[in-house]
Design a protein around this ligand. Structure first.
Ligand SMILES: [Zn+2]
Length: 263
């Protein structure tokens, strides 16, 4: 079937509307339809934000090169007890139910890593969780207050919250890994040239861990595709490998936190 441009536009619009308010009605993370991957959800939520975002949901750094961040001082500091305490605040715009969901997503870090999210008292560096226009975060610790946005209408899912938290811990998107060309093919012909920078490889610290298709930091196969339904990212050699999952951190997502922070 060949769709006219206006028909496909309408379909996109309808898809967008379906995803626009999927969260509170039934509770939990189950309401994202199985056909909607985490990237689609994040990118849909971020349509129309005024922020300058890299790769769809990374706040453009204003004072430093994000790529250098990985190796430099933008990790959160470890206390003498071996725990990495990360102060945070949550905007009062969130309901108590939404705050519980955020707590729930954070609990995995508490049980599986040495990261501890603690309510801010007067610490200088902290994460401010806010209901801005989209799901986005800075990369690593920026110094001072740093916004992690979880729009109430599209970002309050267990997996998306963890995806954005992982950015704040210093993790980049899996498909921008320096060695990604061995594991995925980028279909440049399906990507708007103006958006091509979202697929540039980064000088990532891969921590000697395998490429992880199941990472919560991996984008879905149609991210930024301008050809409706066509892949922008295709796993190789097996194109049927799943990417873009949104259930929660993978084994390697958790391992990497423990490795990076020396837990
Ligand atoms: Zn992201």
């Amino acid at each position: 079937m060949k769709m006219t441009p206006s028909a496909s536009l309408l379909l996109l619009l309808l898809l967008g509307l379906c995803q626009a308010h999927p969260l509170m009605e039934e509770g939990g993370e189950e309401e994202i339809s199985d056909t909607v991957d985490i990237t689609t959800q994040i990118l849909t939520s971020n349509n129309g934000t005024d922020e300058i975002l890299l790769e769809g949901d990374l706040l453009a750094p204003r004072t430093r090169n994000a790529m250098v961040c990985w190796y430099q001082s933008c990790m959160w500091k470890k206390a003498s007890n071996g725990l990495v305490m990360i102060p945070f605040t949550v905007s009062s715009e969130f309901t108590s139910w939404e705050r519980q969901l955020i707590d729930y997503a954070m609990n995995t870090y508490h049980s599986k890593t040495c990261i501890r999210f603690v309510p801010r008292q007067n610490e200088y560096d902290y994460i401010s969780i806010e209901n801005k226009a989209g799901c986005f975060s800075s990369l690593g610790r920026t110094g001072g207050r740093q916004v992690l946005s979880l729009n109430r209408q599209g970002c309050l899912y267990y997996g998306i919250i963890q995806h954005e938290i992982n950015h704040a811990l210093g993790f980049q998107h899996e498909q921008t890994r320096s060695d990604r060309d061995y594991y995925v093919r980028i279909n440049w012909e399906n990507i708007d040239p103006q958006m091509a920078y979202n697929f540039y490889k980064q000088n990532t610290n891969n921590l000697d861990t395998p490429y992880d298709y199941s990472s919560i930091m991996h984008y879905g196969r149609t991210a930024f595709s301008i050809q409706y339904g066509k892949d922008s990212i295709t796993p190789i050699p097996d194109p049927n490998v799943q990417i873009g999952q949104r259930q929660g951190m993978s084994y390697w997502d958790i391992m990497r936190i423990n490795m990076l922070y020396g837990c």
